[in-house]
Design a protein around this ligand. Structure first.
Ligand code: NAI
Ligand code: 15L
Length: 271
């Protein structure tokens, strides 16, 4: 059962893929769910509020933080691309969010970081949260900034954050790489619930993946969060293997954990 730990939770990025998937389940975690995005996405339902805001606009971000007691921060640019929009949405946006959280006394944030913070580790390596970031592009760098920013706001102001380095959260894994990186929507909600409910979160980094047999990530540094994934990509393995050819082991896309992101240029295509 999902514990209702908060009165009002703000979900940013509510119009996006994960925002839509989290909208219903996150209502179990609170009395009121405030949904925000830069794009409009319909009307508020029961126990919901909708306030549109651009994360890059500090005034608008102050408005969405008012009266909330926790944030699930999914908003921003979610793929590799030119630096300008990433700077605005992910870097300035994260700063605006933490500054508004500080001013409004919000004490717990779940931040959607990404596996692309460590995308340049080899697929043959198992890494922990103690291994240094090795971002695989401008997008991964912006998430690394968000992780450092949240650490600063914890050390200086006591705002607790879980940085979830989400692997690949989609209805199903799409390729061989995602057999290692897949995080089901239900496990994503379980993980966010654990981050919201654990008594002492501190500043924590946790890799977001389901209980997949092939894994590159060791979450032993985050046992205090109490996340126990219940889904697995294993059930998709036979289908994915039969629909794809054997990988070229000299291809960086196959060698590194970040997959296709490690060769993507700032315009979203291969350099
Ligand atoms: P998405 O691209 O579908 O959704 C992101 C949402 O953020 C969009 O609705 C967009 O309108 C909104 N947004 C963009 N710029 C904004 C701004 N300036 N102000 C306010 N809102 C803005 O991405 P998705 O897949 O839902 O991912 C959610 C979060 O999780 C993102 O932060 C992404 O980086 C992260 N993530 C997702 C993964 C996945 O597998 N889906 C993997 C790793 C990280
Ligand atoms: C991400 O960070 C992206 O937001 C998502 O669209 C996927 O590409 C995912 O990583 C992944 O690595 O599969």
């Amino acid at each position: 059962m999902t514990p209702k730990t908060h009165n009002k939770i703000l979900l940013t990025g509510a119009a996006g893929g994960l925002g839509k998937a989290l909208r219903e389940p996150l209502k179990l975690n609170c009395n009121t769910l405030r949904l925000s995005d830069i794009s409009s996405f319909g009307e508020a339902g029961k126990n919901e509020e909708i306030i549109l805001a651009d994360l890059a606009n500090s005034q608008q971000v102050h408005t969405i933080l008012e009266g909330v007691d926790a944030v699930v921060h999914m908003g921003g640019i979610s793929v590799e691309g030119p630096f300008g929009p990433i700077l605005q949405a992910n870097i300035l946006g994260a700063y605006n969010l933490y500054e508004a959280a500080r001013m409004h006394g919000v004490k717990r944030i779940v931040f959607a970081s990404s596996n692309h913070v460590t995308g340049f580790y080899s697929q043959g390596q198992t890494i922990t949260a103690d291994d240094p970031p090795r971002p695989d592009g401008l997008y991964g760098l912006s998430k690394a900034f968000g992780e450092d920013l949240s650490r600063f706001y914890f050390d200086r102001y006591g705002i607790e954050t879980a940085c979830i380095r989400i692997g690949s959260s989609f209805p199903e894994p799409k390729d061989r790489r995602m057999l290692a990186t897949w995080l089901s929507y239900d496990d994503l909600h379980r993980l966010i619930t654990a981050c919201l409910a654990t008594p002492v979160l501190g500043h924590s980094i946790i890799f977001g993946a389901s209980n997949n047999s092939v894994s590159w990530w060791d979450n032993s540094r985050a046992k205090h969060i109490g996340f126990h994934p219940q889904d697995t990509s294993d059930i998709f393995k036979d289908g994915i293997y039969s629909n794809s050819k054997a990988p070229d082991l000299t291809d960086p896309v196959v060698q590194f954990q970040g997959g296709g992101f490690v060769v993507m240029g700032p315009h979203g295509f291969v350099d």
